[in-house]
Each structure stands twice: as C-alpha cells, then as structure tokens.
Design a protein around this ligand. Structure first.
Ligand code: G4P
Length: 548
C-alpha cells in the first residue's frame, strides 16, 4: 500500500529528490537527528509542534501530533494510548530549518516502554532534555538522561513553561549540576522571572550580555511569536531591573565556568541551556538555532568487527524500531531504519545482514503520527520506514556493496513475567503467529522451556504495560483472545547450559531460553539469588543490562 493518506511530498519530505545533486558530504553536514527526552507532561508534544511550526512545516501549531481530541488516532491499540494519554509509538518527523534538515525522532513517554526508548536513542546524534520550570528534574528525565550518558549522546537542556510561575533560573541549573553531574552552560538567560517571561538575554564572551531578544505574545501562541532584537542599552532602558538581574546572573555563571565549550558539550560533560515556553513559542527559534549550530551532524558508526562505517561509505542502515498495526486500514508493519552511511534511493535492493538475503525497498516512507509520505532518497541521519518488512527486527543491519553488520541493541533486564495462554485451543496457529510477531518486533521478550511447552510461553517485560500492548494487539491484529497469569519471579539472570541443570533443581528458580538463544534463569527474589550465589558460586548468573 503506497501511502493512501500521504500528505504532499514537500511538506513532510523536504530533503526530496532535488537535494541529491548537492553531494553526500553536504547532505550529511546539514543534518541534525535528535530526540526529546522528558518526563510526561513537561511539554514534549507542545514543543514538537512548536518546532515544526517554526520550520514552517505546518501552518498552525496543534495540527500534527496525535494529541487526544485534536486528531483521531488510527488503530485499536492506539486507542489505548489515547485512553491513557501516553505515547507508545515512536516515529520520526523531518523538517527544514533554514539550510538544515532536522530529524526529530519521537520517544515513548511512559517508563514501561523504556526499552523502546533505548532503541530510539540508538538512532539519534543528540538529545533535548526538556524540563518543566516548576518541577525541575523528574524521575523519567533522570532515567532517560542516564541512557544518553551511557550512549555518549550530547544533551541540550530546555527549561520549559517559563511563562508560568516556577523556580529561580539558577536554582534549576544547580539541580542539574548536583543531581546528574552535568555542568549547565546557558546560552540564553530569561529576562523576567518564571511567570513573567519577557525575553532572552543572549550570553556572549565571559558571560557579557550580547543582545536582548524580546518576545511579543500572540493569541494562544498559535503562530510564530514575533521577536524584537534590542542592544544592551536599549534592553536596560526597556526592562530595567529585570534586565540587570539577568545580566548579573550571566556574569555570575561565567565566574563559575558555566560558559559553553563545544568540546566539553560533545564529550557529554556540559549541556547548553535555553529557557523557553513551548506553548507561547518563546525560545523555540533559539532551540532550533542551537541544534543547528552546536548539535553534531551524523557521524561514523562502529561495526561488530570494530571497524568504522564512515558516512560516505556505501549505503548502510540500522533498524531501531518495528511497529505494526499503525494503520488498521492497511494492517501493515513498518520497520524504521536510521541511515548510517551512503545514499538511500527508494526501490534499491539492499542486503539484510542477519540473513544475507536481498531486500527490496519499494515502499519506503516517512511517518509521523498518522501522516505518511513516500521517500525517494534519504541520507545519513534520516529515518525511513519500510513497509511490510517482516524479516526485520530492532538492531538489524541493511547495506549495499560493502558488507557491514552493526552490534545488536541490548535487551533490558525484564522484571515482570507472565504466562501467556490462548483462550481457545482452536486458534493455536494464530496464537503462535502472534507471539512470534510481537517477539520479533521487540514488543516483549518471549521465553520458553521444555517443561512448559510452546502452548504457554512466558512473557518477560521491563514494565507491565507491555503486557497490555501484547493483549490488545493479539486481539486487534490476530483476533486471538489471550490470558495472562503473573508468574512469581522478580528478576532474571543470564546463565549457560552448564549451570542450567543445577539451577533447575533450585527452589524459586526456573531456566528458559529466550528467542535470541540466551539462557535466562528467572529467580523469585534477590534474597534467593544471593543465597544461590553464596552456596554455589560456580554457577553462572550474570546481570543483564538494567532498564533505564
Ligand atoms: P508531554 O507531551 O510532554 O506529555 O506534554 P504536553 O506537550 O502534552 O504538555 C503537557 C501540558 O503542559 C499541556 O497542558 C500543555 O499545554 C502544557 N504546556 C506545554 N508547554 C507549555 C508551556 O510552555 N507553558 C505552559 N504554560 N504550559 C505548557 P494540558 O492542560 O495538559 O493540555 P492542553 O489542554 O493545554 O492541551
């Protein structure tokens, strides 16, 4: 199905065909691929709309993102997202900003989908950490930040909702410094306290005020907020004490070394900070400007043999997300790949590294929310959805000409376990098909052993909401009613065939094979684990990658 509901090619696929003549180097240099990491409600959807508005992708804020009520969602399990007010799906939005091409990759908001978020973050080169000015750092922001740190992703901080009463600007910076050890280096400081957002002071050399960007409100923030640029003297005359305070704070920050340093930022030691109001479109242009000026363009990626795949090498891409049932009309399945090297042309035949088989890319699309459009060509940093790519799973590599395989994306340590049973034995074939499908998409981990047999596999998840997605999708897409019974284990450890026999004899332990072949020992609780480790230190019980 070739995008029956696609929007015009210009509006969602700005890189278009015309760009091919510019040369690969230039295309890479003008690309920025990033994700917004935030705690639910910090304003991610609002900011996404505001960024797209500034880039003139849409005419009025509120038109693109699947916010409940604004636009109807398309599939049954998206109904679930809507009911819960959370975003489960991850897709990518592409837009032009001046001469740059920006790829904004959406991350799921709820912590139960942290494994998904981790996969998405393997596809970006930078992150925007969005913080609510009144709430400061929240649990999910902290967890996602740890993922960025682990992956060496540079982080730009945006303190949002400055139009509402909140904390003092420097207090928020101290919190970032103290709680996550990242040195905040504001590029702009707000003029006016939280709740009285007048504009931004642009910091120059040694924290000296460089200019004043004064904002004017528009009705409901629905159009681009007009800004007025004032020099330092005019700013003082205009804002008086509010300006003086901001200017003093700026110098104070310099005295403690909180000035932007590109190398330290890219190394993940510092984070440029911007104060904004996504709702009023204040500071949004400055966020785009910062992304373009400071965030790194796509760069080489290390393969499983420790070689670098340079961006100018022949085409290669990594699948980071597979999603089915996004569109009930099509019942299709999309594999999202991030292009690592070379030029992608729709219709080209690529090799699927995991199977060695050829793969045609006739139906390549960009997708955001329910909008789809056909992609004709794409460059490193871009995200392309491949329709009905059943063999592809997260972590898989596609390439042409020069063989390459990138390291797999690690699975997280599951903490929730359930036995899955089909309600009706007559639907066993469908049941089996559904389980395999959801397993390969990485919706949930599927564990099996000889004792339990195939008819009742064990599902392992990082968060219990993953189970709800499984049940909803089995019903909607496969017409299978399934039951889940919680299984009394609390943690999983990686083991090996030698240890498995002895572990199988222990109380509170059961050994399973995960579909990737890894042997997992499920253990009732940490005390049982500690006991076994103490009594039988020769047994292999390795921790898995902890959930973000
Ligand atoms: P999320 O995707 O991170 O979950 O957040 P979302 O954008 O949905 O924003 C959460 C709430 O915060 C929304 O209010 C939104 O309007 C509000 N908000 C976002 N940015 C700003 C901002 O800069 N200033 C102010 N004052 N509010 C902001 P809501 O009442 O939940 O929804 P709605 O009725 O406004 O749509």
């Amino acid at each position: 199905p070739e995008s029956a509901d696609s929007t015009t090619a210009e509006s969602t696929s700005p890189s278009g065909t015309g760009a091919t003549s510019k040369g690969l180097d230039a295309e890479v240099a003008r690309r920025r691929t990033f994700a917004v990491i935030s705690h639910p409600d910090a304003g991610k959807s609002t900011l996404t709309e505001a960024l797209a508005l500034h880039a003139r992708m849409i005419s009025e804020a509120g038109a693109i993102h699947g916010k409940a009520g604004r636009r109807s969602t398309v599939s049954d399990w998206m109904e679930m997202e809507k009911a819960r007010g959370i975003s489960v799906s991850s897709t990518a939005l592409q837009f032009n900003y001046e001469d740059s091409v920006i790829n904004l990759v959406d991350t799921p908001g709820h912590s139960d989908f942290s494994e998904d978020t981790y996969r998405v973050l393997t596809a970006v080169d930078a992150a925007v950490m969005l913080i609510d000015a009144a709430k400061g750092l929240e649990p999910q922001t902290l967890k996602l930040f740890q993922v960025c740190r682990h992956r060496g992703i540079p982080v730009i901080t945006v303190i949002n909702k400055w139009d509402r009463p909140g904390r003092a600007p420097l207090e928020l910076l101290d919190e970032i410094q103290e709680r996550i050890g990242l040195t905040p280096t504001p590029l702009f400081l707000p003029v006016g306290i939280a709740g009285d957002f007048r504009g931004l002071l642009r910091r120059g050399e040694e924290g000296r005020a460089q200019e004043y960007i004064r904002f004017t409100r528009t009705a409901g923030g629905a159009t681009i907020a007009p800004e007025e640029l004032l020099d330092v003297d005019a700013a003082l005359a205009r804002e008086g004490d509010e300006w003086v305070t901001a200017a003093e704070e700026s110098e104070l920050l310099s005295a403690t070394g909180q000035d932007h340093d590109q190398e330290l930022f890219l190394a993940g030691h510092t984070s440029p900070v911007i104060y904004a109001s996504a709702m009023l479109n204040f500071g949004v242009k400055e966020i785009l400007e910062t992304l373009v000026e400071l965030a790194p363009p796509p760069h080489s990626r290390t393969d499983i043999d420790d070689h670098e795949r340079e961006v100018t090498d022949p085409f290669s891409a990594v699948v980071f997300k597979v999603q089915a049932g996004m569109d009930t009309a099509h019942r299709d399945r999309l594999a999202f790949m991030r292009i690592v090297s070379g030029v992608f042309e729709r219709g080209m035949v690529v090799t699927h590294a995991q199977t060695g088989k050829p793969f045609t890319t006739k139906y390549a699309q960009t997708v955001f929310g329910r909008e789809r459009s056909t992609v004709d060509s794409a460059y490193p940093g871009d995200v392309v959805g491949l329709v009905n790519a059943t063999a592809l799973a997260p972590g898989h590599t596609l390439y042409t000409d020069k063989k390459v395989e990138f390291p797999p994306i690690p699975s997280f340590a599951p903490e929730f376990f359930s036995i899955l049973r089909a309600e009706s034995a007559s639907k066993y074939k469908q049941f089996r098909k559904a389980v395999d499908q959801l397993d390969s998409e990485g919706v949930v981990q599927v564990l099996r052993n000889d004792i339990r047999g195939d008819a009742s596999p064990v599902l392992a998840a990082v968060g219990p909401m993953q189970f709800e997605v499984v049940a909803a999708r089995m019903k909607a897409e496969f017409n299978v009613e399934a039951r889940m019974e919680p299984l009394g284990y609390g943690l999983a450890r990686r083991t090996d065939a030698e240890s498995a026999v002895e572990l199988g004899r222990q109380r509170g332990v059961e050994v399973f094979t995960r579909s990737d072949g890894v042997l997992l020992a499920l253990v009732s609780d940490k005390w049982r684990l500690q006991y076994i480790q103490k009594e039988m230190p020769e047994l292999t019980l390795e921790p898995l990658v902890a959930a973000a």
